[in-house]
Design a protein around this ligand. Structure first.
Ligand code: AMP
Ligand code: ZN
Ligand code: FE
Ligand code: FE
Length: 279
């Protein structure tokens, strides 16, 4: 039995609907799926329904953007209560930050005489948590860039002319937010950060796990983080980080996390939930 614990839908910057994600997950033979859209949990209820209809286990989740010692860190929150008022209020703030940032990125593009309109990005994104992939898709669909890679390389990557830094919560705040919502906090794709020195402080702040298995981790990278997880006594997770098609194929299926890790994750969530203050 296997799981994919890192998936996106069109509730953030993925292109699939919840039903499409579950369709592909079932086709790949997964026993369990977790949804981890950026700064929202809106997709969890429909994905849970689609999983139930397909006979798959569903694990609620989100991917929060945080910061530790100047590094952008993504923190996955699993088994969170998707109706937790504080979680909803906080992600609401970060959705507003994302929407304002789209306007700033479009203004920078306009200064470069790229005639994109913010409304075109919002119409295409059609979600509360828009991001750079939506700007890239809008540039391509307006014929202003040849493809998504070109949009990122020319304009949207860090330190490129239309890149706008995003206001972020601290990693400790993200971890605390997830815990108070009854969830388990996992550092996403540590191999993409190449900043292992931030891990001890996050462990100190209560980090529960490391996403050792990720599409963009080599076997050596996965082994390195398995060792770190062992050293810091952290849970091990993994997922494809599927945003839809990649090179013409759904990315879901590239990572098959053994189900034993899901059991440990759920046991940790049960511990956090039992120590949650009564509402
Ligand atoms: P944002 O949250 O707006 O900063 O956008 C981050 C998302 O953009 C990531 O989750 C990736 O899906 C995507 N992304 C980041 N860098 C690139 C890149 N160079 N090419 C394509 N997609 C990227
Ligand atoms: Zn994304
Ligand atoms: Fe991420
Ligand atoms: Fe992701």
């Amino acid at each position: 039995m296997f799981a994919d614990l890192h998936l996106h839908t069109f509730f953030s910057d993925g292109t699939y609907s919840p039903e499409e994600v579950v369709f592909h997950g079932q086709r790949q033979g997964f026993a369990a799926l977790a949804l981890t859209d950026h700064d929202t949990v809106e997709g969890c209820a429909p994905t849970a329904r689609a999983c139930a209809a397909a006979g798959l286990e569903f694990i609620s989740g989100t991917e929060l953007t945080a910061e530790q010692d100047g590094n952008e860190i993504h923190i996955l929150g699993y088994c969170v209560d998707v109706e937790d008022p504080k979680l909803l209020a906080e992600v609401g703030k970060f959705q507003q930050v994302r929407q304002n940032r789209i306007r700033e990125m479009v203004a920078r593009l306009n200064e470069l005489h790229i005639p994109l309109e913010a409304e075109a990005v919002f119409a295409l994104a059609n979600c509360r948590a828009p991001g750079r992939p939506h700007v890239a898709r809008a540039l391509v669909s307006a014929g202003l860039c040849g493809n998504l890679d070109e949009a990122f390389e020319r304009f949207l990557k860090r330190n490129r002319p239309a890149w706008v830094p995003k206001f972020k919560m601290s990693a400790a705040e993200a971890i605390a937010l997830i815990h108070q919502a009854g969830g388990v906090a996992v550092m996403a794709h540590p191999g993409l950060n190449r900043a292992d020195e931030v891990i001890p402080a996050m462990v100190e702040a209560g980090l529960d796990g490391l996403e050792c298995f990720h599409t963009k981790h080599s076997t050596a990278t996965a082994e390195h983080y398995l060792e770190l997880a062992d050293r810091f006594q952290l849970l091990v997770t993994g997922g494809s980080d599927c945003h839809g098609l990649s090179k013409g194929k759904p990315l879901i299926g590239t990572i098959k996390l053994p189900y034993q890790h899901v059991e440990k994750l759920k046991a940790r969530a049960a511990q956090h939930q039992s120590s949650r203050p009564a509402p």
